[in-house]
Design a binder for this molecule. Structure first.
Ligand code: BES
Ligand code: ZN
Ligand code: ZN
Length: 500
């Protein structure tokens, strides 16, 4: 699908449909919606007067223009109350309206940039949000379905602006929105793939391709090199599987004069059965998505390679399966992590923190700072925050605030979780330096405290996306399945930390 900004009069374009908008409680529409209303002979105002259009958030009303204007249909999308309008709502409205029109079989759509006019939102950002909402909301994953979809396909989306002087900034916003949304959809594609199509080897292949296409360096370490680096924690998880583990490193050099680099780490468990501490079979298929954090990092690196900010960024993705077998890790085993710390295994299902431990030590060895990890780490985080907010943990208040802010801009909500010393006690082992499971209660925090032992004094933030990496329905800019959460947050963060 193509999304672009064009200048002109939206009522004169021969399109299948156009999307205009209305704030809740407005009786006579102004701006671009007002102009369309006048061209329709007051049809929109009349439907408002009759109470059919209220402008409630995500309300969709279809009007057939019956020859009064060039576009065949007009969708009036509700924006909710004017004071509550933000970029997240704009993305959501764009997505809902597009899915509606796709169902109606429309192929060519025009829209006004919601919020940019009467809404008072910066037009570059508003257009970016519309482009993102369109591409994210229309995402489908049909690769393994042999029958063609019964739904239509929107092939073109024009963001129409009358005022030519606004075009340059709108085009910038559109281009950025396309990059960010397409990267998010790459992360979704990877996490939606079943584990037999997205093995650690497959992840490494995607990373290599991304590096080749977007000017990044890619290094993939094999098991032998991991052994040389004494990555006993990662290798312990990998030892139950026949799929060879991969340790993927992607680097972007946007600031050749600087030696420092921002680090991203993504959990790449391509299937989490729990290992010997096996999970209940109900819902286990969902664990094909346990590499969502790794996919997020690969996809964010791609977007960074396209946007080319003045900063160095390195993405690290430890990738392996977690399976039970005769060679698998067992509860009670003790592993030696790359930084020399010994770990008592209480549950082989707490494998994410093991592979991240070695990735964190490796990031420290590379001198990456600050470091952000993204991981579907704990069911406890999902229970605490549901599927709307990711959990944010860390050892540096200033950095946590920056990450949460980068997320806000992206419409990816995060909630800071406490890291009191007292939670650290939970990971104390009688037989090793640390154990991989604390208590059930506060499980997301003790998991983060475990990681903190390996982040040591590097400024670090951990994002637990166990609840947010998957959506159970189409909702605003999310569609059922993998969400690609974190991609736009990481890219926003890199852009804010970059030299201007
Ligand atoms: N991958 C899971 C966490 C998870 C759960 C992600 C639900 C997405 C949805 C993780 O490896 C895991 O199994 N964690 C255990 C830890 C426990 C054994 C301490 C959990 O949360 O139950
Ligand atoms: Zn697990
Ligand atoms: Zn897991």
């Amino acid at each position: 699908m193509e999304v672009k900004v064009v200048s002109g009069d939206i009522t004169k374009l021969s399109l299948g449909a156009i999307i205009v908008n209305l704030f809740e409680g407005v009786k006579s529409p102004g701006g671009a919606t007002g102009a369309v209303d006048r061209a329709l002979g007051g049809a929109i105002a009349q439907l408002i007067a009759e109470g059919e259009i209220k402008g409630k958030l995500n309300e969709i009303t279809l009007i057939h223009s019956l020859g009064k204007i060039e576009p065949a249909r007009v969708v009036v999308a509700g924006l909710g109350k004017e004071k509550d309008l933000d970029l997240r709502r704009i993305r959501g409205v764009a997505a809902e309206a597009c899915r509606f029109l796709r169902k109606a079989g429309v192929e060519r759509v025009g829209t006004i940039a919601h919020g940019a006019g009467t809404g008072g939102i910066d037009s570059e950002k508003a257009v970016q949000a519309v482009a993102e909402g369109t591409i994210l909301g229309l995402y489908t994953f049909r690769k393994h379905q042999t029958k063609e979809s019964e739904q239509g396909e929107i092939k073109e989306m024009l963001i129409v602006e009358q005022d030519e002087s606004k075009l340059p900034q709108m085009e910038r916003g559109c281009a950025k929105g396309i990059v960010l949304a397409e990267a998010t959809n790459l992360a979704r594609d990877m996490a939606n793939e079943p584990a037999n199509y997205m093995t650690p080897t497959d992840m490494a292949e995607v990373a290599r391709k991304v590096a080749q296409d977007y000017g990044l360096e890619c290094q993939v370490m094999e098991q032998e090199e991991m052994e040389q680096l004494s990555m006993g924690a990662l290798l312990g998880v990998a030892q139950g599987s026949r799929q060879p583990p991969k340790f993927i490193i992607l680097s972007y050099k946007g600031d050749k004069r600087s030696k420092s680099a921002l680090g991203f780490i993504g959990k790449g468990i391509t299937f989490d059965s729990g290992g010997i501490s096996i999970k209940p079979s109900e819902g286990m298929e969902e664990m094909k998505g346990d590499m969502a954090g790794g996919a997020t990092v690969i996809a964010a690196m791609r977007a960074i390679g396209q946007l080319r900010p003045k900063i160095n960024v390195t993405g690290v993705i430890p990738a392996t399966e977690n399976l039970p077998s005769g060679t698998a890790l067992k509860p009670g085993d003790i592993l030696r992590a790359a930084n020399g710390k010994s770990i008592e295994i209480v549950s082989t299902d707490a494998e994410g923190r093991l592979i991240l431990a070695d990735a964190l030590s490796y990031a420290r060895k590379l001198g990456l700072s600050p470091v952000i990890d993204v991981a579907t780490l704990t069911g406890a985080c999902r229970i605490a925050l549901g599927d709307f907010c990711s959990g944010a943990f860390g050892n540096n208040e200033e950095l946590i605030v920056k990450v949460i802010k980068a997320g806000e801009e992206a419409g990816e909500c995060m909630w800071q979780m406490p890291m009191y010393e007292e939670y650290k006690e939970l990971n104390k082992s009688d037989v090793a330096d640390i154990k991989n499971v604390g208590k059930r209660w506060g499980g997301a925090i003790s998991a983060a405290q475990f990681l903190a032992e390996f982040a040591e004094d590097t400024p670090w933030v951990h994002l637990d996306i166990a609840g947010t990496s998957h959506s159970d329905k189409d909702k605003a800019f999310l569609v059922k399945g993998a969400t690609g959460v974190g991609v736009r947050t990481l890219v926003n963060l890199a852009l804010t930390l970059a030299k201007k």
